[in-house]
Design a protein around this ligand. Structure first.
Ligand code: G4P
Length: 279
């Protein structure tokens, strides 16, 4: 599926990030656990070189647990620190805190050797739109944190969230764009809802999703809609519409409604925990 992109503010956002990244020690990069590669920005490795790196496999609650494990191993092999999380919950936060300290161990030890104590690690959160950056910052920072910055003696302009004595977070996340030169990536982003649905043909999208599900997650559709799995994606769409009695006023089967339903229920996890790409 070819998607027409409008990467309007891309250059500006990238320039901003080049500036912000100079101020930090650690890049906390959020990716979507259902599409860990397709939800990465192609420039981030270049932008984040010479920085400590932590990848958060976010929305892990919606992704296939076995594949989360594979992706963790994959990124670890590439030299990243990795934690899988559900950014809406506070449960994973202790692990993240510990992993940040582990990732920045070298710097902390270097500081100590120089007699610098309690200089917090500075981090920023980056990721493509909708990956969960704001949710993560809210959950991770919680209520207990205090904002610093814009006070006399503190670097002007930047707001830092002081999480505790050892970590400070830049309060605005870096927004970067996904790849837009690869139709397969575009389709996966559309599946998870990261592309404005107005730019996408829902029926086409649903049929591609159904094709994927029948091949990689057999039983997901039949389990949810109590229909036989088989035939073409269009026939499956018809079966879903019939099972749910989606009819137009003339009695004709309403495909577009069943297409929207399948896509929605995939996105909300009602079809199960599904990962769309493997390492
Ligand atoms: P962004 O700043 O990177 O653009 O993303 P944001 O935090 O706004 O999150 C985008 C959507 O993803 C939100 O849902 C948010 O609740 C959801 N989300 C974030 N992290 C997770 C996660 O780990 N698991 C799940 N299941 N969902 C997550 P929304 O529908 O746009 O808003 P709302 O209905 O939750 O308010």
């Amino acid at each position: 599926m070819h998607i027409q992109w409008y990467p309007g503010h891309m250059t500006k956002a990238k320039r901003q990030m080049q500036e912000d990244i100079k101020l930090i020690d650690l890049v906390i990069e959020l990716v979507d656990a259902r599409i860990p590669l397709s939800s990465r920005n192609p420039d981030i490795d270049e932008l984040g070189k010479n920085k400590y790196r932590l990848i958060l496999l976010n929305k892990a609650d919606l992704a296939d647990p076995g594949k989360n494990k594979l992706w963790r191993a994959y990124f670890k092999d590439q030299g990243f620190f990795v934690v899988e999380i559900d950014a809406r919950k506070r449960t994973g936060m202790k692990l993240i805190q510990d992993t940040i300290m582990e990732a920045c161990k070298e710097k902390i030890e270097r500081d100590l050797k120089r007699g610098i104590k309690n200089r917090p690690v500075r981090a920023m959160v980056v990721g493509i739109p909708n990956v969960g950056k704001s949710t993560f910052i809210n959950t991770f920072a919680g209520k207990a944190c205090t904002k610093t910055g814009n006070k006399p003696g503190v670097t002007k302009g930047k707001q830092w969230i002081r999480l505790n004595k050892s970590v400070e977070l830049l309060d605005t996340p870096g927004i970067l764009w996904p790849r837009f030169d690869d139709d397969a990536v575009g389709t996966r982003l559309a599946f998870i809802g990261s592309i404005n649905d107005d730019l996408v043909n829902t029926e086409e999208l649903a049929m591609e999703l159904i094709e994927f599900l029948m091949s990689e997650y057999p039983g997901a559709l039949s389990g949810r809609y109590h229909i036989e799995e088989g035939g073409t994606p269009a026939e499956m769409l018809m079966a879903v519409a019939e099972a749910r009695h989606f009819l137009k006023s003339g009695g004709e089967v309403d495909y577009s409604r069943s297409a929207a339903l399948v896509v929605d229920e995939f996105r909300s996890g009602k079809l199960g925990r599904i990962t769309l790409e493997v390492p």
